[in-house]
Design a binder for this molecule. Structure first.
Ligand code: NDP
Ligand code: PHD
Length: 411
């Protein structure tokens, strides 16, 4: 199956921005990503592509060399102090995993959650941490970077306090995405939106909805080349996007249905196993569900184009991890298939897997282990191009985003 590794984008990338910020903060340059698993090695290669300056700026360290997984280089005096809000949750745990697998440098880590979890002990990189109550006074004292993933309400309630104490908040929720004062960033797409973010100067950086991220990582390079006039997206969203409890429900329902029992419906209002249904987000006045309108609004903000025509149909499919999307684009300028392929080959975070001869294209199961990939599955008509994407959901795609965002100061 032909695969093409992503190559660095030509515009100023996240690493450069982050490097500048870290330098401005008086911190030393960062080191290479290291981990012990094959999957992490894949991510390491991708990270190397995205962080050439960081890799090059660390004298005396082997580039890309494998070290034993027990030897962590992430805990560094010159790294930022990091807080994770929602540390006990599925995404919070994923933050920790990615910080570790990407060797993200940190001076200290503070794990924050609700009072329900306060006092709970969690181990990370061979150290024990006590989960602290987010609502306790001084929760953000001395914090440089706060990664929020505890829901929109928690972000709205506590992100301002984190900012006031000087932290850069990277928010995984939808709370601030459409706030004109808050950059909405996909590092591989619009890192320039957070050029003004500086460590030590409180600010919020918002992370888009995962379906938007997946779509725009492939659509934006084409948009920049030929200008998208109209985008039609259909999603096939996995259980992981709805959290750990939803994944458990899919597993349980599958067992129940196979055993001839009635499926347990706690997270979703209808049977999920062996079924598909419209995304469970609330339906809005215009008849779209909220997930679909996020795609519309967030794309317009990220592209800074309020006129681009977008429609989305978001569907939940009984797949454990990895969302898929069908994207149809109409361009202002002609774009042939070979050109589109070349553009996408050069796009960061995009891998082309397009084995038409044997009718074998990426599946969610195969995609787990890659940051993002897509499949061109239709020939290009004049001004028209369709492709199909499989990508991970919050795990680890959003974490990649978050890690890279934080690099901008840090995600
Ligand atoms: N960008 C994207 O596409 C995605 C974004 N998300 C965001 O991440 C959020 C979390 O998802 P997930 O990890 O799956 O959810 P979980 O339910 O697994 O975890 C929720 C976390 O938030 C904490 N929390 C909840 N309420 C409070 C509170 N009042 N104060 C402090 N901490 C609180 C919980 O702490 P405790 O253990 O104490 O209850 C827990 O750590 C989502 O709500 C969504 O906003 C998620 C997926 C994708
Ligand atoms: N996109 C997630 C839902 C979610 O968490 O979205 P957001 O980050 O916009 O709240 C899903 O698959 O259901």
């Amino acid at each position: 199956m032909p695969r093409t590794a992503p190559t660095p984008k030509k515009t100023k990338n996240l690493c450069e921005v982050f490097f500048e910020v870290v330098r401005a903060a008086g911190a030393a340059a960062l080191g290479p990503v290291v981990d012990s698993t094959t999957r992490a090695a894949t991510m390491q290669a991708a990270a190397a592509v995205h962080r050439p300056h960081l890799l090059g700026a660390t004298p005396g360290r082997a580039r890309g060399g494998r070290r034993p997984s027990t030897v962590r280089m992430a805990l560094r005096e010159d790294g930022p102090s990091v807080a994770i809000v929602g540390a006990t949750g599925a995404v919070g745990q994923e933050f920790l995993r990615v910080i570790s697998s990407r060797d993200f440098p940190y001076r200290s880590i503070r794990l924050l959650a609700s009072e329900r979890s306060a006092g709970k002990r969690l181990s990370f990189e061979d150290r024990e941490y006590t989960v602290q109550d987010l609502a306790a006074p001084g929760a953000f004292d001395g914090v440089d970077i706060a990664l929020f993933s505890a829901g929109g309400g928690v972000s709205r309630a506590y992100a301002p306090a984190a900012v006031a104490s000087g932290a850069v908040v990277v928010d995984n929720s939808s709370a601030f995405r459409m706030d004109p004062a808050v950059p909405l960033v996909i590092p591989e797409v619009n890192p320039e939106a957070m050029e003004n973010i500086r460590l030590g100067k409180g600010a919020i950086v918002a992370n888009p909805n995962c379906s938007t991220i997946i779509c725009l990582m492939a659509a934006t390079p084409l948009h920049r080349h030929a200008k998208v006039l109209r985008m039609v997206v259909s999603t096939y969203q996995a259980a992981s996007g709805a959290g750990a409890a939803a994944m458990e429900e899919l597993k349980l329902q599958t067992q129940e249905v196979l055993a001839g029992k009635a499926p347990t419906c706690n997270i979703f209002s209808q049977q999920y196993a062996f079924n598909i249904f419209s995304h469970n987000a609330p339906i809005l006045e215009n008849g779209y569900n909220e997930e679909e309108m996020k795609m519309v609004k967030e794309t317009r903000k990220i592209w800074n184009d309020k006129d681009v025509k977008i429609t989305a149909t978001c569907i939940r499919v009984p797949v454990m991890r990895a969302h898929a999307e069908s994207v149809n684009l109409q361009f202002e300028k002609p774009l042939d298939e070979d050109s589109a392929r070349e553009i996408l080959r050069a796009a960061p975070g995009v891998t082309i897997i397009d084995d038409r001869a044997s009718n074998h294209f990426p599946t969610p199961l195969e995609v787990i282990g890659h940051d993002i990939s897509f499949q061109a599955h239709e020939h290009i008509l004049y001004l028209d191009f369709s492709f199909f994407i499989h990508a991970k959901t919050f795990s680890p795609l959003d974490q990649w985003i978050i890690i890279e965002c934080s690099r901008c100061y840090y995600l």
